[in-house]
Design a binder for this molecule. Structure first.
Ligand code: NDP
Length: 342
């Protein structure tokens, strides 16, 4: 079976591509440039010499008909995983151009191309986010349980900064995908995957760098660069986490014919930065005096989000998510092995 994975150079997508190759799928990835394609092809060939992997260049998912060429040139795609979406901060431009348009139009462009050009596609999986579930005013409210059916009420006109813009872009993109399926006579089934903060090792260890790393792993990288004299309580953010290897597996589960019209809410545990710092200081005693301690045990006083994703675990056959401590340990171990810490 052949699969199309958009955004195939990303932190999450690299794990997805690796997982698919290990399961023997034929994979077509979209990346923005030939240079990215060449680099990734060489790296995957080293791991999977007999794997079937090709790349198609899609420089900008927000342009009209961005994916048409892919479906016009590759005619046997059975499944589509749309992971591409902007997840970086500090970029120049308007919040609409940086976040909203690529997220929403990118998703709609993929669905439109499949609908128009690829009637054989049976399943589309869109990588959404817990951002589209999270009710930020309910952080700390133990009576409000986030589940697969919860929606973040945010609208674009409430956005005031880049964090909110990212969050709203993900919610509006996922909403647009479900609306597209409802409003069009599509031949494919849709699932979405709604992970919270994703931690865990880089698929290729050479990508583990304290200075240039994907946004979510950057939270842990920043702790490794923290000032050892820092004694403030690391209280923000206080949300949920999941391991990247589980997110990749969830995308594969979402391809199964019996799983359709679902939001797979992959999440392991709630976390705070102080809690992560406590794990690092406990598991890596060699970092004593090199990074901050913050206020050990102080995390118990930080309000976090409550969630119940038992429906997703059941859909995934009683799946056990990688514990937060393991994700943090593996992330830090890889960063230290890459010789990143002075
Ligand atoms: P990355 O930034 O590592 O990957 C994003 C991918 O999308 C990259 O391949 C990037 O290409 C591509 N992309 C972004 N904008 C465009 C565009 N305009 N045109 C073409 N390609 C584009 O992020 P992650 O791997 O962390 O995220 C992957 C998905 O998971 C995203 O949908 C994200 O919203 C979602 N997600 C991530 C979470 C996390 O904590 N990491 C949490 C919840 C959801 P390039 O590298 O060339 O810029």
């Amino acid at each position: 079976k052949a699969l199309l994975v958009s955004g195939a150079s990303g932190f999450v997508a690299l794990h997805i591509v690796g997982e698919l190759l290990s399961e023997g799928f034929e994979v077509v990835g979209t990346v923005r440039s030939q240079a990215q394609a060449d680099k990734l092809l060489a790296r995957f060939k080293a791991k999977y010499p007999h794997g079937s992997l090709t790349y198609s260049i899609v420089p900008d998912i927000s342009k009209d008909c961005a994916f048409d060429k892919v479906f016009e040139t590759v005619d046997d795609i059975d499944y589509v995983l749309h992971t591409a979406s902007p997840f970086s901060f500090g970029l120049e431009g308007t919040l609409e151009d940086i976040y909203l348009i690529p997220a929403v139009n990118g998703t709609l462009n993929m669905l439109k191309s499949v609908h128009k050009l690829a009637p054989q596609v049976s399943k589309v999986v869109v990588t959404s986010s817990m951002a589209s579930i999270q009710n930020f005013d309910k952080v700390g409210d133990a009576s409000f349980i986030h589940t697969e059916s919860t929606w973040n009420p945010i609208q674009w006109d409430e956005v005031t900064d880049e964090n909110m813009a990212y969050v709203a872009s993900k919610k509006l993109a996922e909403k647009a995908a479900w609306d597209f399926v409802k409003d069009n006579d599509v031949k494919f089934k849709l699932n979405t995957v709604t992970p919270p903060y994703i931690f865990g090792p880089q698929y290729f260890e050479e990508d583990a760098s304290l200075d240039k790393i994907n946004t979510s792993s950057g939270l842990i990288a920043a702790l490794l660069k923290s000032d050892p004299k820092d004694t403030h309580l690391f209280s923000e953010p206080s949300l949920c986490a999941v391991d990247v290897r589980d997110v990749a597996k969830a995308h594969c589960f979402a391809l199964r014919p019996e799983i359709s019209n679902e939001r797979l809410f992959v999440a392991s545990e709630r976390f705070t930065l102080q809690g992560i710092l406590d794990i690092i200081n406990k598991d890596f005693p060699e970092l004593d005096g090199k990074i901050a301690k913050g206020q050990p045990e102080g995390e118990k006083s930080i309000p976090t989000s409550y969630f119940d994703n038992s429906k997703t675990k059941e859909i995934m056959g009683g799946y056990e998510f990688v514990p937060l401590e393991t994700s943090v340990f593996d992330t830090v171990k890889q960063l230290l092995e890459q010789g990143n810490l002075k």
